[in-house]
Design a protein around this ligand. Structure first.
Ligand SMILES: [Zn+2]
Length: 121
């Protein structure tokens, strides 16, 4: 390390930051499109972002609605032990409402958020 390699190292760090920023912006675009598709209707879109995409976008909070009792819950995706490339929508089977018991209907995914709705979204 010395003066001769300082500029290349600075350029490499800047390129790395630029790549991370670009990836985060791509992920944010994807999450925004998915949230819009969820808001457009009751049916799940034909695609779903990955858990990694949600985390890269900075939207780790998944909001879920029980259609039977209208309870809305949130899931912190950072606490989910799944492969990072697993689809967010693949979590839906494990999110059935505990209030409604074993006959609970399939929960409806409402969207991904930067903060938990209860903490002042
Ligand atoms: Zn319920």
């Amino acid at each position: 390390m010395g003066v001769r390699d300082r500029i290349p190292r600075m350029m490499a760090r800047a390129a790395s930051r630029a790549e991370a920023h670009a990836e985060r912006e791509r992920a944010r675009t994807i999450i925004a499109r998915w949230n819009a598709a969820l808001a457009a209707g009751p049916d799940l879109p034909l695609w779903s972002p990955s858990l990694r995409g949600a985390l890269v976008a900075g939207t780790p909070w998944l909001e879920v609605l029980c259609p039977a009792c209208a309870t809305i819950g949130t899931v912190d995706l950072r606490r989910i032990d799944r492969h990072p490339e697993a689809a967010v929508a693949s979590l839906v089977l494990g999110l059935s409402c505990s209030r409604c018991g074993p006959a609970a209907p399939m929960p409806r995914l409402l969207g991904l958020h930067t903060m938990a709705p209860t903490s002042g979204r």
